[in-house]
Design a protein. Structure first.
Length: 503
């Protein structure tokens, strides 16, 4: 084990030795975080599972909770093993690597810089997505603040600058009334693919027009002005518009297509400059409805779209004027992070933060480079795990694994994480949570912030999440269990009842 871990330690040191991204001495803390991330990645190139159990048997760290201080942890284990086997200790590193204490301090400081001060009795912040109603009802915003909202999210994919400004004005009034404060995150809409108008063969219900699609059906995604393509039997193929013209040039035969957050899925069987023909392979037992304005995911397709195009212009202007945090939707390239940084450096305050929304498979695959790029900006920064799109892009069966990896890498870079999508969603919509989403909310305490979506019972959802996060803060920090006094420990001291069984 000494030989194995010493070799890994040497590889880790070599991995980070040439790291000089911002010039010597410009920012030692960001340099240290970047090196720690690179060292963690070097360690994770190895499979250490067979080593971890013997380390635990010796009462040593198995390195399973060492993301934020990986070199120091490996060196501590090597030195302990050397002492146990009476071997000469390996020389200590110089300069001294990030310690566990310093790792915690760095993450806490960066979390506060991005998301604001920690609320009483819970380190995890609560972010809430604003519905249109918040533009017209100051009392509603006040209720959310009092229930425990720490960050307000304005999703610029919806509403307009008129509503966005009204929401901010209502927040300021509510802050004056309550004495509480909330950071404002503005989500740039990004190049989101959505369905457009329907033609032909659609049906109407109370919610409007829709197509019902079943497994084996064919669907045409088309430019809005495209001519309908007949199917092989001469009938018109069901068609729906696609909002991004770039999709037609980039999509290839055999690519996967997901519609409406994964409710429908299919395979591309034909593509030209005006249309994409999809054979439906995933749908509900009785078919699934598809309407206009629903998301389209193309996980196999490389779309070369300007993140700061015309679709983001109004949102950028608004963010510069009002935001504490700018969230980059559908970011997947280092060049995009750098471009947004240059834009903010010219027009925004120095303390306006950046959040990378990880919502595509490509962004997940490129996460280490994106983390290094956002560290390089020098701005407050963090990552949002956009679990809805990620589940569609990576597969629902992989979502738990993917979100764990994102948490590990962000902890290694000492950057805060926002746990998002469908947290207490049923509670926010109906007033009654499912048992599974209560467990999900408890697990979310490992992130630095949890995002709630809108719903008619959102104030109740905020209060419940606040209570859950306060309770979990007494039991767990990140992956580490906290051993507070457990009430069940008194069980053995209770005299048995008359039947001989302990109550």
């Amino acid at each position: 084990m000494i030989e194995q871990l010493s070799a890994i330690r040497a590889e880790m040191v070599e991995e980070a030795e040439g790291w000089r991204p911002w010039g010597e001495g410009r920012d030692s803390e960001r340099d240290a975080s970047a090196r720690n991330l690179l060292q963690y990645l070097a360690l994770r190139r190895h499979d250490l599972r067979e080593t971890q159990q013997p380390l635990l048997a010796l009462g040593l760290s198995s390195l399973g909770r060492s993301e934020g201080h990986i070199q120091a942890s490996v060196e501590a284990v090597v030195h302990a093993l050397a002492a146990l086997s009476r071997c000469p200790p390996a020389p200590r590193s110089s300069p001294e690597p990030i310690s566990a204490t310093r790792s915690v301090e760095l993450l806490a400081r960066r979390t506060q810089a991005l998301l604001g001060p920690s609320p009483p009795r819970r380190p995890t912040r609560i972010m809430v997505t604003m519905p249109t109603e918040a533009a017209h009802d100051t009392a509603f915003v006040r209720e959310m603040l009092l229930a425990g909202m720490d960050c307000m999210r304005i999703n610029c994919a919806h509403d307009s600058p008129i509503e966005w400004r009204a929401i901010i004005e209502n927040l300021r009034r509510a802050e004056a009334d309550t004495g509480r404060r909330a950071r404002v995150e503005v989500d740039l809409p990004g190049p989101k693919l959505r369905t457009g108008s329907l033609a032909p063969q659609h049906t109407r219900d109370a919610k409007g027009d829709y197509l019902r699609l079943r497994i084996g059906d064919h669907l045409q995604l088309a430019r809005e002005a495209a001519v309908t393509v007949p199917s092989e039997d001469g009938s018109e193929m069901p068609r729906i518009g696609c909002s991004l013209p770039e999709a037609f040039a980039a999509t290839r035969l055999g690519n996967h297509v997901w519609l409406d957050d994964g409710k429908l899925g299919g395979i591309v069987e034909g593509v030209d400059e005006n249309s994409i023909s999809v054979r439906i392979t995933v749908a509900g037992p009785n078919g699934s409805k598809l309407r206009a304005g629903k998301g389209i995911n193309l996980p196999d397709t490389l779309l070369d779209i300007d993140l700061l195009g015309t679709h983001s212009r109004d949102a950028l202007d608004f963010a510069v004027a009002y935001a504490d945090i700018v969230a980059l939707s559908f970011v997947s390239r280092v060049s995009e992070v750098k471009r947004v940084e240059r834009y903010l450096n010219r027009r925004a305050r120095a303390d306006v933060g950046l959040v990378l929304k990880i919502e595509t498979r490509r962004a997940f695959e490129r996460l280490p480079g994106l983390l290094l790029a956002v560290l390089a900006t020098g701005r407050p920064a963090g990552v949002m795990i956009a679990r809805g799109d990620l589940a569609v892009e990576c597969g629902y069966e992989r979502l738990a694994e993917v979100q764990e990896e994102i948490l590990w890498l962000c902890e290694a870079a000492h950057l805060p994480v926002i746990w998002a999508t469908e947290v207490l969603d049923r509670l926010a919509r109906t007033g009654r949570p499912s048992r599974a989403e209560i467990t999900d909310a408890a697990m979310s305490a490992r992130a630095e912030c949890v995002m709630l979506n809108k719903g008619p019972r959102i104030t109740q959802a905020i209060s419940v999440l606040d209570d859950i996060l306060r309770r979990m803060a007494e039991h767990q920090t990140k992956k580490r269990a906290l051993l507070r006094r457990l009430h069940a420990s008194e069980y053995v001291r209770t005299p048995p009842d008359s039947a001989g069984a302990a109550p």
